[in-house]
Design a protein around this ligand. Structure first.
Ligand code: URA
Length: 296
């Protein structure tokens, strides 16, 4: 193909897509505008000149190259970056999750953001879990131990799981973000993940859910609900009923760190009522004592 801004942009686009396919992505999301631009591309392509004809002088091309086209917002998170879709490779659930973790470790989309720290904190728990918990982003203790939910909020989550009559290792625990958000002079500081960071990492959680196939998902806090449901509603309005994520019942409840800040019994009871619904959904045994937890 002869060189022109449009032709060169097309070659670059094909190369980029081939690279993503080599990393296991089979689908990319395209906005309606990008689809329209791609459909119109053949008209803008510069045809190869006949072999005998002299090469025409280069003409200024009024069409902006595709590579410079504005990136449309992510449909779920209204972020200016696309969410990659992953097709994990491997014969077993563990192999597929290991593939995803490796893909996250080397993730060029994450590195391109240049706003997350280096250490990967992917997930923990049982690939065959019936229940999957999703938080937002790892904190300093998670980074030190390389495991989600092992700091103060994690200790409370572990107690909540025990109150349900389960062991932490029986569940699958993950986060939307696979790296801790970076801040200057980091120390123990944390910050809220940006929409772009969430959009870029969301493909991993989506793929993890597809691999684990839990019977119930619990989204812990506003950001997990935003990531999985695309809902900006506060947790108070989303909780206490089941939503659906790809056909899997999904309960939204308050993040354990909210319970660490608001320690009154009534807030704990709200979370417990959400978890009782989850237990009913899983047909777990519920004793009268369990039913009455946090009622004073
Ligand atoms: N909060 C989260 O959302 N995830 C963690 O892993 C720890 C704290």
């Amino acid at each position: 193909m002869p060189s022109s801004p449009v032709n060169d942009a097309l070659v670059a686009l094909v190369r980029h897509l081939e690279e993503r396919r080599a990393h296991g992505e089979e689908f990319v999301w395209l906005s309606p505008k990008a689809r329209k631009e791609l459909r119109e591309l053949p008209k803008a392509l510069v045809a190869a000149p006949p072999r005998t004809a002299p090469t025409p002088p280069p003409q200024p091309d009024p069409t902006p190259p595709v590579a410079q086209a504005r990136v449309e917002p992510d449909p779920i998170l209204s972020a200016a970056v696309a969410t990659p879709k992953f097709v994990p490779q491997g014969a077993t659930k563990s192999e597929k999750l290991a593939w995803l973790a490796q893909r996250a470790k080397d993730c060029p989309e994450v590195r391109a953001l240049d706003s997350l720290r280096e250490t990967l904190i992917f997930s923990t728990g049982n690939p065959d879990a019936r229940i999957l918990f999703v938080g937002d982003a790892p904190g300093p203790e998670e980074e030190r131990q390389g495991e989600p939910f092992v700091g103060p909020a994690g200790n409370l989550l572990t107690k909540m799981i025990a109150a349900m009559g389960l062991k932490r290792e029986e569940t699958y625990i993950t986060n939307i973000l696979k790296f801790r958000p970076a801040v200057p002079n980091q120390g123990e500081s944390t910050r809220k993940p940006s929409r772009e960071e969430m959009a870029v990492c969301l493909g991993f959680v989506q793929a993890e859910i597809e691999v684990v196939k839990p019977e119930v998902i619990v989204a812990l806090g506003t950001l997990a609900a935003l990531g999985l449901l695309g809902s900006e509603e506060p947790v108070a309005r989303l909780r206490n009923r089941f939503h659906s994520f790809e056909g899997i019942p999904l309960m939204v409840t308050f993040h354990p760190s909210y319970l660490l800040r608001y320690t009154d019994l009534s807030e704990r009871r709200k979370v417990w009522e959400d978890l009782l619904l989850v237990m009913e959904q899983l047909q777990l045994p519920i004793s009268p004592k369990q039913r009455a937890y946090f009622t004073g």
